[in-house]
Design a protein around this ligand. Sequence first.
Ligand code: NAD
Length: 291
Amino acid sequence: MKIGFIGLGNMGAPMAANLTAAGHEVTGFDLTAPCPEGVTKAETAADVAKGADVVITMLPNGAILRSVADEVLPLMAEGSVLCDCSTVDVESARAVADKANQTGVLAIDAPVSGGIGGAAAGTLTFMAGGSDEAFAKVDPLFDIMGQKAVHCGASGAGQAAKICNNMILGVTMIATCEAFALADKLGLDRQKMFDVVSTSSGYSWTMNAYCPAPGVGPQSPADNDYKPGFASDLMLKDLRLSQQAAEAADADTPMGQIATALYEQFVEKENGAGTDFSAMLPRFEKRGRKA
Ligand code: NAD
């Protein structure tokens, strides 16, 4: 396939590299980042769009996605696919899909989980929203860049799945960290706490697979001085998107709201920016009940 790739940052570059390695013809554009080996560099986003069967975007946010989509959609051929893999707000995903459909272009929102490691290894999970026809066209590409793709429903459903998942992730990470901090104060050994909880009803991905306590459980960013991994700043971005969506849909999400406020405080006022999102544990560890 002829693939255009726009946004060659931490995630986009390895994803594009995997597509060329699988034999696809990939043309890439980024405002600042260099093209990975094997990807032909374009001078503008528009150049990427011309003649592409599929244009993939991996961009920072919904506003940038909307402006890039405005630039590329008029140049894309009828029946080609615009596949956005960025994490953006549900409204932007739906607005871009509407515009695409008006010009005869198929649209898919397909945010990912699996992080930079998953992007490099080609083991991402894609959660996709869009028509069956659009999904069928890009599914073979998901197979190359990832290990699993779930077609979640119509446009916006991929972003909805992503932010619901990450709202659970943020909330459970906080719950796991505050429980460890409480266990410390009760004199309970962290390894014993892990041994019990990881095989009891408090188990979760954050405890069992990504334990925030250094030296306990499988290797995780906690064992690497809380270097990301999944940065607290990105967790905050996703939590904010979840609350924006909850407001728009009139959904009551009190735990999501508290998790958003806590990560906001951590990132913006407590030097949490640039640390892994599991660094909530040393944060709680230092605090008492009143602060
Ligand atoms: P990044 O900042 O490394 O990459 C984004 C790239 O987009 C940058 O290279 C930037 O120069 C480029 N860009 C910005 N505006 C542009 C424009 N108008 N035209 C062309 N290029 C433009 O970010 P990332 O970590 O690669 O994340 C990309 C997306 O993936 C985000 O939406 C993020 O939330 C999501 N995501 C990231 C991770 C992760 O672990 N990093 C995990 C899952 C999802």
